[in-house]
Design a protein around this ligand. Structure first.
Ligand SMILES: *[C@@H]1O[C@H](CO)[C@@H](O)[C@H](O)[C@H]1NC(C)=O
Ligand SMILES: *[C@@H]1O[C@H](CO)[C@@H](O)[C@H](O)[C@H]1NC(C)=O
Ligand SMILES: *[C@@H]1O[C@H](CO)[C@@H](O)[C@H](O)[C@H]1NC(C)=O
Length: 227
């Protein structure tokens, strides 16, 4: 019992912990590799209580874990999920370790005692975004020759993915932003600059759980020809 308590404490520290009210879907966004704890809200399981955990990409229609008569069963029903699952002996809460994008979907606890209640979780797993690339296109090299009175478009690109957006920032100010529901395209966003200046611009690729930044400045990308 002491060991189990200590284990739950460790899980609380290292995993994102989430609870949901009955019959309200709680949406959770996590990164691939994260550890997620889905809480039943149950304090202590007795012999009579049965808890089923169901999962599905669209509907929670497949039984993945269960506790009944104080005995836990984890089922090998979903590709690669069984080895990542752990159910808490006292609360029936479900831990998913090292989660991957294929484990995005709906998780539901069906808690059965004298009456049945449900806890639903919509878990969205996102991979890391790619590092934005500033294209050293001909436009950028033009800055070497056409200093003053030119209008240049510096292009920033990044791989698309679920809910990825690409933005140009000057300090905290967002200058422009793009995104596309078509995941097969590469996101590109021009930064329109009228004059050579000393500003530092940031191109940021972001999804709900991560972001990556590449910096652009004339000083760095097209230094003045001093020779
Ligand atoms: C996490 O899952 C990935 C993909 O299945 C696997 O390659 C990796 O070894 C796992 N990492 C750990 C720490 O289990
Ligand atoms: C924002 O980006 C679009 C292309 O995605 C471009 O047509 C537009 O001129 C840009 N706006 C500004 C203010 O830079
Ligand atoms: C990028 O992520 C950091 C945390 O890692 C966050 O503080 C920051 O606001 C994010 N920036 C953008 C533009 O989303």
């Amino acid at each position: 019992m002491l060991v189990s308590n200590r284990l739950s404490l460790i899980l609380l520290i290292f995993c994102g912990v989430f609870g949901a009210k009955t019959d309200e879907i709680k949406t959770i966004s996590v990164k691939t590799g994260d550890c997620v704890v889905l809480h039943t809200g149950v304090r202590e399981i007795n012999r009579e209580k049965q808890i089923l955990w169901l999962f599905g990409a669209e509907d929670p229609d497949t039984l993945i874990a269960e506790i009944y008569k104080l005995s836990i069963s984890i089922y090998d029903t979903y590709e690669g999920l069984k080895d990542r699952l752990q159910m808490d002996q006292q609360t029936g809460s479900l831990t998913v370790r090292n989660i991957t994008t294929s484990h995005s979907g709906l998780y539901m606890a069906q808690i059965m005692n004298s009456m049945t209640t449900f806890k639903r979780f919509s878990v969205m797993v996102y991979g890391p975004v790619s590092l934005p690339v500033i294209e050293s296109s001909s436009q950028v090299s033009e800055c070497l020759i056409s200093d003053g009175g030119f209008s240049s478009a510096v292009m920033c690109s990044a791989e698309n993915g679920p809910e990825v957006s690409l933005s140009w920032f000057k300090g905290k100010e967002r200058l422009n932003q793009t995104s596309s529901p078509d995941l097969s395209v590469t996101l590109s966003l021009p930064l329109e600059i009228k004059d050579r200046n000393n500003d530092v611009f940031h191109c940021v690729a972001a999804n709900p759980v991560s972001n990556k930044t590449t910096q652009f400045s004339f000083q760095e990308h097209c230094p003045l020809n001093t020779g």
